[in-house]
Design a protein around this ligand. Sequence first.
Ligand code: IPE
Ligand code: IPE
Ligand code: MG
Length: 257
Amino acid sequence: MTSNSASAEPRPESAGSVIPRHVDGTAPRHPVPRHVAIIMDGNGRWAKARGLPRAAGHKAGAEAARKVLRASGEAGVECLTLYAFSSENWRRPEAEINDLMGLLRFYLQSELNSLHREGIRLKIIGDHNAFKPDVAKMIDHAVSKTAANTRMTLAIALNYGARAEIVKAVGRIAGSGADMAQISEEMIDAALDTAELPPLDLLIRTSGEQRLSNFLLWQVAYSEMLFVDTLWPDFGAEALNAALADFAGRERRFGGL
Ligand code: IPE
Ligand code: IPE
Ligand code: MG
């Protein structure tokens, strides 16, 4: 038995078993993960293989993100979380960091209206206030402009590190005056940057690396994981749909039978 997707038995709400409808109202054939997160890795190697500068890989990677966002929405995914810049990526050369910030500026400007038109809410996880003030301001503007949208959530992890997120959550709880001897999983869940997002169903990493690189360490406890060799700029709608089909064929047990 590798699949229970055809089973008539209901699965727990948190199992990603909710079958959202497509935008056109038709039901998809398979259970669709409510929340997909992607470690978008391999931009540099993609560029190197073509004799291009790393910046060209990041630009192609941003285009891939655009396509994957659209494909996720069409498939009925409620929330897509993209790891765009880790708290460890500050270790890269300043010129590369500047290229990444330039791309972020460009896409925030060029995509904001279409995100809003398509009913997509933008959420940021991580600490984007460490970015240059103009970028931080653009991000805040995009988040507040799209805050009431309900069709889908795009969460972008910026200057994000999962350990720092957990430390920050515990600090928030302590600062609220809660009795720290009574701390619960629910309290930590609610204090994380991902508090308003659905439970993480599927984590994908591209480029053949099989590590989490400090991404969503708490949230991944019962997620399905998929590691693919495709370099991120080559990942598009087809690869996303293949990942969703793979997810649909998995049996999730959550510790039960
Ligand atoms: C992922 O691609 C993008 C970011 C981390 C910002 P990389 O830049 O890590 O590409 P590789 O891993 O060097 O190929
Ligand atoms: C993880 O990729 C971070 C992002 C995709 C933004 P890295 O390329 O930074 O991860 P490591 O250094 O290979 O672990
Ligand atoms: Mg990398």
